[in-house]
Design a protein around this ligand. Structure first.
Ligand SMILES: Cc1cc2nc3c(=O)[nH]c(=O)nc-3n(C[C@H](O)[C@H](O)[C@H](O)COP(=O)(O)O)c2cc1C
Length: 267
């Protein structure tokens, strides 16, 4: 089993202590686990410059593709992903947010449908849940199938010693994550995920090849493999959720054709 760890903290501090515990716990479950670590502080990913190439012509045209392409490939090939972030200002760190800015095109064209994540964060006292929720929201938005979260208050600057209660709760979450990754089960998407998914499915029809402002979104959403589906090919959707998906597809289609709603760009 391959586990990718993305460290969004600028150092190996309090949060990393929990990550190390999580690693130990995973190794206890399976000796052959292979870990790969991406420490964003060392990855050399510049800030997103807002060129919008990823949205318009494909993420391979991102000026930072040499870094971002490798990270995307690592996520695609990992069985499970652990995302670590310190809680700063009640959210994820700027380092991790910068990675997510480079992933924003996948909110239009979700991608990682088979990926499952465990988000680990520590906070001084408050805001850990909000930070974990923010990361989880992004991951589910870009297609992740499942996301577990673990947040704890460290009450410490770099000298955190997790107590037994924390370690035992962490162990429970890690075991759930491990079993889920091992099962390879793909879950039915929640209704709230079908809304943005299908809005983009509908809206993107206004940007297909041959239109005034064609984009990569238009190419993605007209791919035969997605035709008529309210969620990713190969992922079951409960029958009672399908009409909701179709409804938002039609709303998206109407919105995409409304006067004044056209998203333009400099040619
Ligand atoms: C820039 C900065 C922002 C922080 N923001 C918060 C915050 O919003 N809420 C909080 O309770 N603690 C905050 N803290 C404290 C850290 O979240 C806490 O010490 C955490 O355990 C640090 O994890 P790390 O050692 O992995 O970086 C902040 C610390 C720093 C350096």
């Amino acid at each position: 089993m391959k586990i990718l760890i993305i460290n969004g903290s600028a150092h190996r501090g309090n949060t990393w202590k929990l990550v190390e515990q999580a690693k130990n716990c995973l190794v206890e479950s399976q000796k052959e686990i292979e870990f790969d670590e991406v420490h964003l502080i060392e990855a050399g990913l510049p800030f997103c410059i807002g060129c919008s190439n990823c949205f318009r012509v494909g993420y391979e045209k991102c000026p930072h593709y040499n870094v971002i392409g490798k990270i995307i490939e690592k996520i695609e090939t990992a069985d499970g992903i652990i995302i670590a972030t310190s809680t700063y200002n009640m959210r994820e760190t700027a380092l991790l947010k910068n990675l997510f800015d480079h992933f924003c095109f996948m909110l239009h064209r979700p991608h990682f449908f088979k990926s499952k994540a465990l988000v680990i964060t520590t906070t001084g006292g408050v805001g850990g849940h909000a930070a974990a929720k923010s990361v989880k929201g992004t991951l589910l938005g870009i297609g992740f199938n499942r996301c577990y979260t673990f947040s704890r208050a460290s009450f410490s600057w770099n000298a955190y010693v997790p107590n037994n209660k924390t370690l035992s709760s962490l162990r429970k979450v890690v075991q759930k994550f491990y079993k889920d990754v091992e099962s390879r089960k793909l879950y039915n998407p929640k209704t709230k995920l079908l809304i943005p998914y299908n809005l983009f499915r509908g809206m993107s029809l206004a940007y297909i090849p041959g239109t005034d402002y064609e984009t990569e979104d238009g190419v993605y959403w007209t791919d035969e493999c997605r035709k008529g589906l309210v969620y990713a090919p190969g992922i079951e959707v409960a029958f009672y959720k399908k009409p909701i998906g179709h409804l938002f597809y039609w709303i998206g289609k109407l919105a995409g054709n409304m006067k004044g709603m056209k998203v333009t760009y400099k040619k």
